[in-house]
Structures are given as structure tokens and as C-alpha cells.
Design a protein around this ligand. Structure first.
Ligand code: PEP
Ligand code: MG
Length: 898
């Protein structure tokens, strides 16, 4: 096994495709070296070593020491310098980097190789003792905190004390001797706390640093970040040992971060931040607010041109927007990192479409690049445009840099810890900090939005927020934050912890109070992408919609029909005429309480016009598209009150004795209602319910047809377990439907089919298909019944099954992502059996899985005709279906059955 990969002098042993093994940074450095960009030389220790180290009681893999020694010698040859040399020493940085970017979560040590001899060498060689001693004290400081775990604050207070003694405000005013003295102070502090002197031997320093970087994989902040980001299955972090280049040698040096396109808008303009005379993490840490690249172009035109060339090379090479780190040392440019840049949702769509139009990528590449999260994030709220501009300007507190999209409302909270506490209690919070650090990720994750007083678009807060698509404003310098008093002051206004503020992350403006938010308009590139998706996908996308309103929304989102209308969802509320809700509710309750058939029919007659109107509304919205309507499904006790008070009230309203209601509710009690008197079993017992519902469906269809609307009704029976059962209901359904059609003198086609929600139905699908004209997999119930997991109770223990630090028995929540191994096996079987009986059996899915990308891929692969999902998941299903078609094309596009 090889543990170390070298890069330098135009050659690299690794390459960009080795992210898992070399981490994103290591792979990027190797690739940039290969394509001829200026990269300092170095080597990468693999993530496998980290895995080994953490699993073997902090022991290093056998050959690692000799490999590192060999590669260090090679680095010394390539650079012509030696670690620890007293004339012209080699210095290295030790940087972490895993396969997935985890901004600032793990450790870095700079200037390694300095000791009391080599610092003199650096001073002589650069002719700049101030610089050399500053570099040394930075190293001692980082080593003490990162490797020895000494408190940062102790070291920083020594620096503050020194500045106070020297009566200076900023670091750059300190002299070489001051830094020299601070190094001595740090070292004696180190000796006192560590019980041994600060290491002089560069090899000892190096191994200490390597161990610390490995160790930082398990640091609390890193673990939290991975949990929040759902990052699993990685080996650990790689360690990059890279020749130091210095951005802090003077006015002709600097360090920066840039993006090949604007990460906020996606516009094809070079975007970046640059700090003159600064080292390493100064930009990312967001402590000083940097200058824009335009300014850099003015101050260092030659270097800027070189950087602009690197931008073009990298984008053409990676065919995606890159996020690069670079350093300028005395007028020479060095590229330190490149990776695919995080971007706002709007930028994601724009960049994908632009790159297709520029010929950089193909349409299919663009489609594969967009994720479900990208789509979800487009729907983040913005400030309601109906809020008067005068009111907004009255509420305006301050403005900063717009770093994360959308708007957010919450109470101001000044520590991450308290943000977490309050969010746990259900409070909406805005985390307000001078700057954020990786320790704050827990609080950032639960906050509605993040506001910082310092930093640019590449600061920690901005990078993390953008990755999460979270509203964020940084560099809001007008804020005067007082952590101790838990308040901030802006232009005379005081905002205390717990007071409401609103952030407009798109514009970068902070408002006082709670400003109303709405869902935004979609950017035009989103429509382009979804249109492309529709052109390539091979299965249909329908909606789970219960009302005309839902159906309209679903059409807007691109649904091609209704895959599931849960009729009982309209029993309790009249969405068109809310004032009639009570009347409906009473009708259904009266029907349930009735203990004779005639009384039940009486009540059902009251409900019928309501249902007819509901169905007609949906048919109108779905003109030309199929509408699958499911007959009543839940157990009846769900519709009647269980409290004596409410039972009395109901009795009064429907004109029966309170005991009648109480008795009937008691009769309806079931020990296990999910497996009880529900689904089609209700219509087996009470055919009059079926008559009412089928009647309402067909009457509505005829009414709409008369208006010239193309109606395609599909009547669906839930929870079927047997062919005979379905046949019984099918006969009843057709008798009612055909009689109404005949009476109307019109022609109307309709389908009668079934849900497949029980294992028995799946197993006997060939028999069931003799009756059913279509199947719709109800994978919510099918998951419940196949896995023996109660949908309503599994939430209590499923987290343990998913937790990586516990058993990790399941890799995903089976109610979100279809369990392909078990439930999927039955689905495949049922499709095969069903189509063996009826070649062109229409097959879809209407469980929640219809809107889950992985499950959509499965549905495509097993030959379903369509998936059905709730309205807001429809764009995600359209995209997922397109991706499935690209990755595993089917011979035929699913055909329409009408
Ligand atoms: C299902 O079981 O998957 C389904 C769609 O029906 P419901 O969720 O209403 O039980
Ligand atoms: Mg169900």
C-alpha cells in the first residue's frame, strides 16, 4: 500500500480523480501541478493513513515513516532547501483536506521547520528579521494550540499585553525584537504547560503536526459539521505537507480567495477577495475585510493577469466553477487550492445553463450537476414585495455583504450555544456574531439566518452558509456587538438578545422587527433546466393533490396528472368555501355515528355535493391529464371526537343522545388501527360509501366533460389484499359508474385499479391484475407492512438505526428513501407479475418515495410509468427522472394509457 503521493516541478504522482484517497486539496494540488499551474511542491499523506491511525490506537502504518522521509528528501531536492537549515531553511505548511470540503473544521499548521537556528537563517536570507520572527511566533502559537491543545486565549493575551506595553494598536507596528521576546514567552509557557521544551527538531515538529491533523478529524466541530451536512462514509483527512510561500513579506505580497464566476449570481465575472501583506487563513477567517479583485488588478497588474489565466485554465479543465486559494510572494503567484465552488441556488442554475451555451458542457452534464437540494433552495423565502418601501426604510438597521440567499426572520442571539438552546425550544433565531468560527456550526445550523460584523464573501460564515443555502450577511461593519451585555448597537439603535430582526441575504440588508416573507419567483434558468429534464425523462410525473388549489399548484410545478387524491382530506375542510367546513364535517360524522343503513345514506347524501364539487375542481385544473382518485382510506374513528365534552356537542348538533355517540366511538376503538377496519375494507362493509364516492366522481366528470374539459378519471381502491376483494368492489364501482354514464347519454372512459400496499397484494399481483386496470404502489403502507415498522411510531427509534456512531443498521430512513433490497424486491415482483397478466398495465407510485431522487431512479429502473409526489417535490421528481434516464436509459419511454 502506498501512503504518500508527491507533487512538484511540473509532475505529480496523484491526480484530480483521487479525492477519496488524497482529499480534495491533495487531489487539486496534484492536478494543478499536472496542468502546469504554479503550485508549490509538496506531498500528500493519504486518508487511509488517517483511518489506520484512528483505528489502531494512534499508531502509524508501518512504512509511513520511511515514505515521509523519502518524500521530504525529494522535496528538499526540488526546492533546493532543507528543513531546519540555518542558512536558507525550507519551511512547510501542514494542511488537512478530506474528500468533501469542510471549511475550517480541521487543523492547519504553517511555518513548520522553524527553530532557534533556522529562524536566523530565514532572517538573514530574507534580510527581514521582523518577518522571520513574526513567522516563528505564528508557528509556535499554532503548534502550541493545535498539537499540544493549549488554550488560544492564553497566547493571545500575551500578545495583547505586549502590544499594550509597546503602546501599539496593530500587529504590524511590532518590531523584530518584540516578536523575538514573544517567542520566548510562548516557549516558556509551552514548557510550563507541556512539561517539556518546545521541539527544536523539525522531524519531531512534523510528526506532531501530522498526528494533530489526523486527530482533528474527530474534533467536535468536525463531527458536528459532518452530521449536519450528512457527510458519511469517508476514511478521514489527508495531510498535505507543502512548501511555504509567504503572502506577508511586504506590500508586493498577499493572499486571496477567488471564484471563476460570481458565486452569488452565477454571472461570468471574476470574483474574489485579496489581502495585501497577509498570510494563510487571514482571508477565510474574516478578521480583516479584504479588497476586491478589481483593486488587486490595479495594484498588481502582472500578477492579476497571471491569475486571470489560471482562472481560464482551471475552468476549462474542470468544466465547472472553481473556488481557488492563492498567494503572491514578492510578485510571484502560487496556486494553493482549487475546488468546485459552492454557490447560491440561482447561481447553480445560471452557471449550468451558461456553460451549456458556451459549449463547455453538454445538456446532460448540466442536468446531472443539479441536485434536489439546489431545487429546494430556490424556494427559500424573500421579503414580501407588498411591504411598503417607506416601512422598509424605517426598519432598515444596517447593510453588509450579501453572502447567503433568501430572507430570514428570527430573534437576535449572540452565541451559537444559546442559539441551539433557543432553537430546541422552537424559537426562530438569527445568529449574530462578530465573526463565526468552526466552533459555531451547531448554532449556525439551527439559525434561520447568520449575521456577522466582519468578513467577506469567502469568510467562514459565508462559505458555510452558502453551502447550506442559508441566509447570511457578513461584513456588516456598522454593528457594534457587545457579547457580555448580549446586545448590539447600530447607528444609535440597540437590539438586545431576544428581539426580532429580519435579514435580506440577497440584498445584504438588516431590518428591525419581523418583516413578512414570501416564496420568491423562480429564475429563468431554472425553467430552462426543467424543460431540458422533461425532454430527456422517460417516465411521467404526477402529483399527490387533494384539492383544486393543490392541483393548480401541481400543474404550475409541472405535474402531468394527479397520482393520488386522498378523498378523506376533503371531509373536514372546504378549501373553496371555508364557511361550509362545519357542514361537511357534520355530514361525515353523522354518517359514522348512524347505526342503520338508511341513516348512513341520509348523511352521505349531504356529503355527496361537496365531494362532487371538489372532484370537478380538480378535473378542471387537470384538463387533459389523468386524475387518480382513491376511495376512503383511514379508519372511521379518526373522524369522530374522543373527548366526552366534544362528543356531547356533536350529539347535540346531529340530534342524537350523547350516549349514542360515546357508544359508537367506543365500538370503533381498535388496538391496531393501521391494520384494522380501514382502506377498501370500509367499502366492503359499507357499500353505500363507495356508491356516494364513485357517484360523486362520475357526476363531476360528466359535468366537466359537458364544459368541454378532457376528463380522465382513475378510481383507486386502497389496501387491497386479494383479487376477490377487488373484484367485489370493481363490480360495485362499475355498476354505479355505468348507470350514471348511461343516464347522462354521454360517453366517458374511466379506469378502475388498485393500490399495492400490502405484501400479499404484491405477491399475488398476477391475479389482482386480472381485475385491476392499473397499480399504484402505496409505498408508505408497503414499507410499514413489509418492514413491520409503524409509520407513526418509528420516529422514536429509527434515529438509532441511522446513527453512524451507534448501530448504523439502516443507511437511510425507509419512509423517505425506498428500501430497495426488501420493499423494492416486492415492487419488482409485483410489476413483473402484474404485467405478465396485463401487458400494458399502468403502474405508478404514490407513496412519499415518489419525490425522493434515489427512489425515483429505482422507479425508472423497474419500469414504472410514472411517479407521483406532493406539489413542491415535483420539480425534484422531474429532475431525478431525467437523471435516471441519462444514467440508465430505458428502451421505451413510458406510454400513456389513455
Ligand atoms: C401509501 O400508503 O403509500 C399511500 C400513498 O397512502 P397513505 O399514505 O394515504 O396511507
Ligand atoms: Mg396507504
Amino acid at each position: 500500500m502506498r501512503n504518500v503521493y508527491f507533487f512538484g516541478a511540473g509532475k505529480a504522482e496523484g491526480h484530480g480523480g483521487m479525492k477519496e484517497l488524497l482529499g480534495g486539496k491533495g487531489a487539486g494540488l496534484a492536478e494543478m501541478t499536472r496542468i502546469g499551474l504554479p503550485v508549490p511542491a509538496g506531498f500528500t499523506i493519504t486518508t487511509e493513513c488517517c483511518d489506520y491511525y484512528l483505528k489502531h490506537d494512534r499508531k502509524l502504518p508501518g512504512s509511513l515513516r520511511s515514505e515521509v522521509k523519502k518524500n521530504l528528501a525529494r522535496l528538499e531536492r526540488v526546492t533546493g532547501k532543507q528543513l531546519g537549515d540555518s542558512r536558507d531553511p525550507l519551511l512547510v505548511s501542514i494542511r488537512s483536506g478530506s474528500a468533501r470540503s469542510m471549511p475550517g473544521m480541521m487543523e492547519t499548521i504553517l511555518n513548520l521547520g522553524l527553530n532557534s537556528r533556522s529562524v536566523e537563517g530565514l532572517a538573514n536570507n530574507t534580510g527581514n528579521p521582523r518577518f522571520a520572527w513574526d513567522a516563528y511566533r505564528r508557528f509556535v502559537q499554532m503548534y502550541s494550540t493545535v498539537v499540544m491543545g493549549l488554550p488560544k486565549e492564553d497566547l493571545e493575551s500575551k500578545l495583547r499585553a505586549l502590544k499594550a506595553r509597546r503602546k501599539v494598536k496593530i500587529d504590524t507596528e511590532l518590531e523584530a525584537d518584540d516578536w523575538k521576546q514573544l517567542v520566548q514567552e510562548y516557549k516558556s509557557y509551552f514548557k510550563e504547560r507541556a512539561g517539556k521544551p518546545f521541539p527544536e527538531d523539525p522531524a519531531e515538529q512534523l510528526w506532531g503536526a501530522i498526528g494533530a491533523v489526523f486527530e482533528s478529524w474527530l474534533a467536535e466541530k468536525a463531527v458536528t459539521y459532518r452530521r449536519v451536512e450528512h457527510i458519511t462514509g469517508l476514511l478521514g483527512t489527508a495531510v498535505n505537507v507543502v512548501q511555504m510561500v509567504f503572502g506577508n513579506t511586504g506590500e508586493n505580497s498577499g493572499t486571496g480567495v477567488c471564484f471563476t464566476r460570481d458565486p452569488s449570481t452565477g454571472q461570468k465575472s471574476f470574483y474574489g477577495d485579496f489581502l495585501i501583506n497577509a498570510q494563510g487563513e487571514d482571508v477565510v477567517a474574516g478578521i480583516r475585510t479584504p479588497m476586491h479583485l478589481v483593486e488587486m488588478a490595479r495594484r498588481m497588474p502582472k500578477v492579476y493577469k497571471q491569475l486571470e489565466r489560471a482562472r481560464k485554465t482551471l475552468e476549462r479543465h474542470y468544466r465547472d466553477m472553481q473556488d481557488m486559494e492563492f498567494t503572491v510572494e514578492d510578485g510571484t503567484l502560487y496556486m494553493l487550492q482549487t475546488r468546485t465552488g459552492k454557490r447560491t441556488p440561482a447561481a447553480t442554475f445560471r452557471i449550468a445553463v451558461d456553460m451549456v451555451n458556451e459549449g463547455l458542457i453538454k445538456r446532460n452534464d448540466a442536468l446531472l450537476r443539479i441536485t434536489a437540494e439546489d431545487i429546494e433552495r430556490l424556494f427559500y423565502p424573500v421579503i414580501d414585495s407588498s411591504v411598503a418601501p417607506q416601512e422598509l426604510s424605517l426598519r432598515r438597521l444596517a447593510s453588509g455583504i450579501n453572502a447567503g440567499p433568501g430572507a430570514a426572520v428570527g430573534v437576535a442571539v449572540f452565541t451559537a450555544h444559546e442559539a441551539e438552546e433557543l432553537a430546541k425550544q422552537g424559537q426562530k433565531v438569527i445568529l449574530v456574531r462578530r465573526e463565526t468560527s468552526p466552533e459555531d456550526v451547531g448554532g449556525m445550523a439551527v439559525a434561520q439566518g447568520i449575521l456577522t460584523a466582519t468578513g467577506g464573501k469567502t469568510s467562514h460564515a459565508a462559505v458555510v452558509a452558502r453551502g447550506w443555502g442559508k441566509c447570511c450577511i457578513v461584513g456588516c461593519e456598522e454593528l457594534d456587538i457587545d457579547y457580555a451585555a448580549k446586545k448590539m448597537t447600530v447607528d444609535g439603535h440597540v437590539i438586545r438578545q431576544g428581539e426580532w430582526i429580519t435579514l435580506d441575504g440577497t440584498e445584504g440588508v438588516v431590518y428591525q422587527g419581523e418583516v413578512p416573507l414570501v416564496t420568491p419567483e423562480m429564475p429563468k434558468h431554472y425553467f430552462t433546466i426543467l424543460q431540458w429534464a422533461d425532454e430527456v425523462r422517460q417516465i411521467g410525473v404526477r402529483a399527490n393533490a387533494d384539492t383544486a388549489h393543490d392541483a393548480r399548484k401541481a400543474r404550475e410545478m409541472g405535474a402531468e396528472g394527479v397520482g393520488l387524491c386522498r378523498t378523506e382530506h376533503m371531509f373536514f375542510k372546504d378549501f373553496e368555501q371555508p364557511e361550509l367546513s362545519t357542514e361537511r364535517q357534520l355530514a361525515i360524522q353523522e354518517m359514522i355515528i348512524a347505526d342503520t343503513e338508511p341513516l348512513r345514506r341520509q348523511a352521505l347524501d349531504k356529503l355527496r355535493p361537496f365531494q362532487r364539487r371538489d372532484f370537478a375542481g380538480i378535473f378542471r385544473e387537470m384538463d387533459g391529464c389523468p386524475v387518480t382518485i382513491r376511495l376512503i382510506d383511514p379508519p372511521l374513528h379518526e373522524f369522530v371526537p374522543h373527548e366526552p365534552e366534544q362528543q356531547k356537542e356533536l350529539a347535540l348538533k346531529i340530534g342524537v343522545a350523547p350516549e349514542v355517540v360515546a357508544r359508537r366511538v367506543e365500538q370503533l376503538y381498535e388496538a391496531n388501527p393501521m391494520l384494522g377496519h380501514r382502506g377498501c375494507r370500509l367499502c366492503v362493509t359499507y357499500p353505500e360509501i363507495l356508491e356516494m364516492q364513485v357517484g360523486a366522481i362520475i357526476e363531476a366528470a360528466i359535468e366537466c366533460k359537458k364544459e368541454g374539459i378532457k376528463v380522465i378519471p382513475e378510481i383507486m381502491h386502497p389496501l387491497i389484499l386479494d383479487k376477490k376483494e377487488l373484484k367485489f368492489l370493481d363490480v360495485a364501482t362499475r355498476r354505479v359508474a355505468d348507470e350514471i354514464i348511461q343516464r347522462s347519454g354521454m360517453k366517458l372512459e374511466y379506469l378502475v385499479g388498485t393500490m399495492i400496499e400490502l405484501p400479499r397484494a404484491a405477491l399475488l399481483a398476477d391475479e389482482i391484475a386480472e381485475v385491476a386496470e392499473f397499480f399504484s404502489f402505496g409505498t408508505n403502507d408497503l414499507t410499514q407492512t413489509v418492514m413491520g415498522l409503524s409509520r407513526d411510531d418509528a420516529g422514536r427509534f429509527l434515529p438509532d438505526y441511522l446513527d453512524e456512531s451507534k448501530a448504523a443498521i439502516l443507511s437511510a430512513d425507509p419512509f423517505q428513501t425506498l428500501d430497495q433490497a426488501g420493499v423494492g424486491m416486492l415492487v419488482e415482483w409485483a410489476i413483473k407479475k402484474g404485467r405478465a397478466t396485463r401487458k400494458h398495465l399502468e403502474i405508478g407510485i404514490c407513496g412519499e418515495h415518489g419525490g425522493d431522487p434515489k427512489s425515483v431512479r429505482f422507479c425508472h429502473d423497474v419500469g414504472m410509468d410514472y411517479v407521483s409526489a406532493s406539489a413542491f417535490r415535483i420539480p425534484i421528481a422531474r429532475l431525478a427522472a431525467a437523471q435516471a434516464a441519462i444514467l440508465s436509459p430505458r428502451k421505451h419511454r413510458a406510454h400513456s394509457h389513455h
